[in-house]
Design a protein around this ligand. Structure first.
Ligand code: PEP
Ligand code: CO
Length: 449
């Protein structure tokens, strides 16, 4: 019998095996937090979620392109105005570069305002020679390398909700209130980037955009329009802690369907995408756009069953498959997936995560990723889609607006021994602002040629 034969409810996931959940020591406190959150205001609204789905439907057809990016794991201590602003700036810059080059709208989706829970490969990890329970994201425990700080604390779920709310509040202000206006395209270039080759390329492009707008004004076309003065920006995170996601799930009063109002888009990670598992069961029933990570060891039949379970009506924009195959595997692993999906006529947004299968441990012990490996996977992703006649619809990056040294390479050629200079991530290594912009310029180059 299909694992999805029974009707869906927002609690039906509880009848399925649920992986990667913390072992909360205080179950009563957990229940109290979740009951409280279930009556708090939604973070996003059904109408916004439907707008994103329409944009992703365009991306599935090649009429738009999605940039999804942000921290591997957001850190409560970093929920500050400068940090949020810098991340937004880089995403806006990348979007401008790609819109200008690709000549199609760019859908901006942050890994932000809720990316607080992490799946882990092992229950414990070694930190400075000491074995500790693994850090599972700020919504669960603290990254501080002390055993007591690693005990899951349900109060952190509540804190995560309020952190997400305050992040979203600022994002809404920035994107509606003039900060994201194309008239300010120059101001998004950070100081530390502006003197770099990428920063200079960006300045040239920004100048062209400003000139185009001046021209429009000169001939009497108003530039004081929402299209120019506002940006559409969406949020996303891995739907990992199902108790929290359930508490944020609401029935839409206008259309009647169920929406997970913790973010516009949710994705299922590589470690929790079992067809009969709780994560697939939960997400199949909410109407948000859903992503699924697909790693190099995927089983084709299994992926097909996932597609049919999560998008039985084959609705365009509903399902994004985020391939994270690794630059060594992508050439072999991507074509069979694309061919089968094409043969079946599945509507899918294909997105490339060039981060998660290209991680290595540097001699210093720090986890890193090389810019060249990331770029190789992206290049192969585009070329494979073009040769298979399918559509490369998006990119999924771990990145930050800060000047970190977490990934090696890029225009400034960060080397292994420099990683410790400004290595700030609590989880996976991120592209810094300049490296992120460089990715955008490289993709722009590919789209143009
Ligand atoms: C992530 O996106 O941070 C992540 C854990 O990815 P994956 O599920 O693809 O390993
Ligand atoms: Co990660």
């Amino acid at each position: 019998m299909s694992p999805h034969a029974s009707p869906w409810t927002k609690t039906s996931w509880q009848q399925h095996t649920v992986l990667q959940q913390p072992n909360w020591p205080d179950k009563a406190a957990l229940a109290e937090v979740l009951a409280d959150l279930s009556i708090r205001p939604p973070l996003v609204f059904a109408g916004e979620i439907r707008v994103l789905k329409e944009l992703l439907a365009k991306a599935s057809r090649g009429d738009a392109f999605m940039i999804q990016g942000g921290d591997c794991s957001e850190d409560f201590s970093q929920v500050t105005a400068p940090k949020i602003r810098e991340t937004l700036k880089v995403l806006l810059q990348m979007a401008v570069v790609l819109t200008y080059a690709g000549g199609k709208p760019v859908v901006k989706v942050g890994r932000i305002a809720g990316q607080f829970a992490k799946p882990r490969s092992a229950d414990t990890e070694m930190v400075n020679g000491v074995e500790l329970p693994s850090y599972r994201g700020d919504m669960v425990n603290s990254a501080e390398p002390i055993a007591a700080s690693r005990i899951p604390d349900p109060r952190r779920i509540r804190e995560g909700y309020y952190m997400a709310a305050s992040t979203l509040n600022l994002l809404r202000a920035f994107t509606r209130g003039g900060f994201a206006s194309l008239q300010r395209v120059h101001a998004w270039n950070q100081e530390f980037v502006s003197q770099s080759p990428m920063g200079r390329s960006y300045d040239r492009l920004a100048k062209q955009i400003s000139q185009a707008m001046q021209f429009m004004e000169t001939i009497g076309i108003p530039t004081d329009t929402p299209q120019i003065r506002q940006a559409q920006f969406f949020t996303s995170h891995e739907a990992l802690l199902l108790g929290y996601e359930e508490a944020m799930t609401r029935e839409d009063s206008t259309s009647g369907g169920w929406y997970d109002c913790s973010a516009h888009m949710l994705w299922i990670g590589e470690r929790t995408r079992q067809i009969d598992g709780a994560h697939v069961e939960f997400l199949r029933g909410v109407l948000n756009p859903i992503g699924v990570k697909i790693g190099p060891d995927y089983d084709l039949d299994n992926v097909k069953r996932l597609i049919e379970a999560l998008n039985p009506a084959n609705e365009a924009g509903r399902l994004t498959l985020i391939t994270r195959l690794g630059m060594k595997n992508i050439e072999k692993a991507l074509p069979p997936l694309l061919r089968e999906a094409k043969r079946e006529g599945y509507n899918i947004v294909w997105s490339c995560d060039p981060m998660h299968a290209n991680t290595y441990t540097a001699p210093s012990g720090l986890k890193s990723r090389s810019f060249n490996d990331i770029l190789s996977e992206i290049t192969c992703f585009f070329e494979t889609h073009w040769s298979e006649g399918t559509v490369p619809g998006g990119i999924h990056l771990e990145m930050t607006g800060e000047n970190v040294t977490e990934c090696t390479g890029g225009a400034r050629n960060i080397i292994d021994s420099e990683l410790s200079n400004n290595y700030l991530t609590t989880c996976d290594p991120r592209l810094n602002a300049e490296q992120s912009l460089e990715v955008a310029f490289q993709i722009a180059e590919m789209i143009r040629s």
